[in-house]
Design a protein around this ligand. Structure first.
Ligand SMILES: CCCCCC(=O)SCCNC(=O)CCNC(=O)[C@H](O)C(C)(C)COP(=O)(O)OP(=O)(O)OC[C@H]1O[C@@H](n2cnc3c(N)ncnc32)[C@H](O)[C@@H]1OP(=O)(O)O
Length: 359
């Protein structure tokens, strides 16, 4: 059922030739006359992905319903239209932060013109999101300048803000000043196992304790709409202090296609919060988390990318203390281009964990 409001269809019923992805990205275009932004993605390559399996991130999770000017709801996308269940919710039972950030950026993007692109966002998670009720997104048009436009979005549940998100958009500009770090040298995605394949491998270990078997089986059952290929994943049973760094290949599950760069930024916002904060916990194996949540989340979009193609997520935590931890991340395209930078601080309340082996 297409999202509609007051008779105006925001997401035209995908006709035979219209994929849900491009139909969805049309709501991020100001007028139907404009072509989907393809050069902005910088990758003319046709994806090798199965184009029939549209990413649920685009067809549902990030597909908001317009209630009024600058007011949106995720009501119809809050429930997965295919299974009728709620979208993936972390075991913390709070709404996943990446979902709220991604949806807030969709709302902001729908209020700016077609020819400007998200270049940064900064947000605070001020209350835990309730997965059982819809989220309203209220957009405030702070300023439209000659080259930059700024939006403030409030995500609201039960009459209170759960997230406040400022985002900025810039019209395409060339500049002689350009530099970037060099992408880390790591194995390519096709040399690695997916997170699911790794868990299956661990579950085949006859020495695995029942408790750990249950935990891994639960993890396997989670329908996270992201594919992940960890690089040098720690042996699951090793209880040693690890460096506060991790690398993994990541992409949206399913096909998105060239689509619209704004759409890929919204999907990257979702992706960037997955498994990010845990980077700060890697050195502290001797503690068990009692409570953990993201406090804020910032992103800078540097270059066009495809969120449904493998990108290397380089994550590191330079500092933790006072019940908080800081994590920084860089999303690299396979051609070595630095596409996105991210940063986040989280709160951790921990207690010493019983020294038990996982075997
Ligand atoms: C696991 C995957 C995580 C992925 C990252 C995410 O997406 S997390 C989703 C995105 N982030 C969020 O939703 C966070 C939203 N923001 C908030 O919820 C809130 O602003 C906040 C909890 C961070 C801060 O609020 P407050 O200052 O009121 O809360 P406070 O920090 O004092 O307490 C929070 C909870 O921790 C408990 N708590 C407080 N101090 C504690 C301590 N020393 N030792 C143990 N537990 C403690 C409290 O009882 C409370 O649990 P009770 O509440 O039971 O009393």
């Amino acid at each position: 059922m297409a999202a509609s409001s007051g008779g105006k269809k925001l997401l035209p019923e995908p006709s035979k030739g219209t994929s849900a992805a491009s139909a969805h990205s049309s709501i991020l275009r100001k007028s139907s006359s404009e072509k989907p932004v393809t050069e902005a993605t910088g990758s003319g390559s046709k994806s090798s992905r199965n184009e029939d399996l549209h990413s649920v991130l685009v067809t549902s999770v990030l597909n908001l319903e317009r209630l009024d000017l600058d007011l949106y709801s995720n009501e119809h996308s809050n429930r997965c239209t295919f299974t009728g269940t709620h979208h993936w919710v972390p075991r913390s039972r709070m709404l996943f932060g990446g979902q709220i950030v991604g949806q807030a950026l969709v709302a902001a993007a729908m209020s700016v013109s077609e020819n400007i692109y998200a270049h940064s966002l900064h947000c605070y998670f001020v209350r835990a999101g309730d997965p059982k009720v819809p989220v309203l997104y209220q957009v405030d048009r702070i300023r439209d300048g000659k080259s930059f436009s700024v939006r403030s979005v409030k995500a609201i549940q039960h009459g209170n803000p759960i997230l406040i998100c400022q985002s900025s958009f810039q019209r395409k500009m060339e500049s002689p000043i350009h530099h970037q770090f060099t992408m880390p040298v790591v194995p390519s995605p096709n040399e690695l196992l997916t997170q699911e394949e790794l868990i299956q491998k661990y579950l085949r270990d006859p020495a695995l304790t029942e408790k750990y078997k249950v935990g891994l089986t639960k993890l396997l059952a989670e329908e996270v709409p992201i594919e992940i290929k960890p690089i040098n994943p720690p042996e699951y049973y090793r209880r040693v202090a690890l460096e506060s760094k991790q690398h993994f290949w990541v992409r949206a599950r399913g096909y998105i296609g060239e689509g619209n760069m704004k759409l890929h930024c919204c999907v990257a916002a979702y992706i960037s919060d997955y498994s990010f904060l845990r980077t700060a916990l890697l050195p502290h194996f001797q503690y068990k988390v009692k409570f953990m949540a993201s406090l804020d989340h910032s992103m800078w979009f540097h270059a066009p990318f495809r969120s449904d193609e493998w990108m290397l997520y380089e994550c590191e935590s330079p500092w933790a203390g006072s019940c908080r931890g800081l994590v920084q991340g860089r999303l690299w395209k396979q051609d070595g281009v630095l596409a996105v930078s991210c940063a986040q601080e989280g709160v951790f309340y921990v207690k010493p964990s019983a020294a038990e082996s996982k075997l």
